[in-house]
Design a protein around this ligand. Structure first.
Ligand code: PRP
Ligand code: URA
Length: 213
């Protein structure tokens, strides 16, 4: 996807390993267990990219040879928010990288005919002083992610990142233009949507693939 000037807030890592994992997700022969594990691993790699310029703090730790100050990311300020269902497998990967972080949960479902999304569960804590990471593999029309960002903004975090796997050009543009104050880290922007609002070539329905439905 051509990055437009108005879309300064999108990061596409382009790493060969990330591309390989996306290909594994696209492959219809990938079983549900491997699909979830791959989403988890991808989320971790996208988090690395999101935090590549993050400031570390010096912490004092016990060493085998005394003690000393060393750099550390203080993860207590991070809140990971998977969008159910398909975002759920991404949570493990990011929590493995930053175990001190906390998690909130948002469930969003888009209507298969109108493609409009509805929030049906919001268990995201107040986010004052926090950095929020919204986890959802798919950005099709962009409606669900747009909705998720608006809900999260209402909880007043300091910063918002979204970690996404595959997007369609118009959906990605919609989110980035409606929310120039967030940063989207996305593995891949595909060609287009089909007539039913599914991404092509995409990977199919991520929730169904992840949970065998
Ligand atoms: C999927 C996906 C996104 C949404 C993207 O969820 O996880 O949340 O579709 O589509 P959009 O950009 O057009 O809004 P879905 O609504 O299928 O729910 P599910 O994860 O429970 O299957
Ligand atoms: N949701 C999905 O899971 N896949 C798509 O291609 C579009 C929306």
């Amino acid at each position: 996807m051509q990055r437009e000037k108005s879309m300064k807030n999108i990061i596409q890592p382009g790493h060969p390993l990330i591309k390989t994992l996306v290909t594994r997700l696209r492959n219809l022969e990938t079983d549900s267990y491997t699909f979830r594990k791959t989403l988890s691993e991808l989320a971790r790699l996208l988090l690395y990219e999101a935090l590549k310029d993050e400031k570390t703090e010096e912490i004092n730790i016990k060493l085998w040879s005394g003690s000393g100050n060393f750099p550390y990311i203080k993860g207590e300020k991070y809140v990971f928010i998977p969008v159910l269902r398909a975002g759920l497998p991404m949570l493990d990967g990011v929590l493995e990288a930053v175990p001190e972080a906390s998690a909130g949960f948002l469930a969003i479902k888009r209507d298969e005919k109108t493609l409009k999304s509805t929030v049906y569960y919001d268990r995201v804590p107040p986010l004052k002083g926090k950095t929020a990471f919204i986890l959802d593999p798919m950005v099709a029309t962009g409606g669900s992610l747009d909705h998720a960002i608006s809900v999260v903004k209402g909880k007043k975090p300091d910063r918002i990142f979204t970690l996404n796997v595959i997007g369609a050009p118009d959906g990605v543009r919609r989110v980035c233009e409606n929310h120039p104050d967030i940063t989207m880290v996305i593995a891949q922007v595909d060609e287009k949507l089909d007539n039913n609002g599914y991404i092509l070539p995409g990977l199919g329905d991520a929730g169904d693939r992840a949970f065998n439905t």
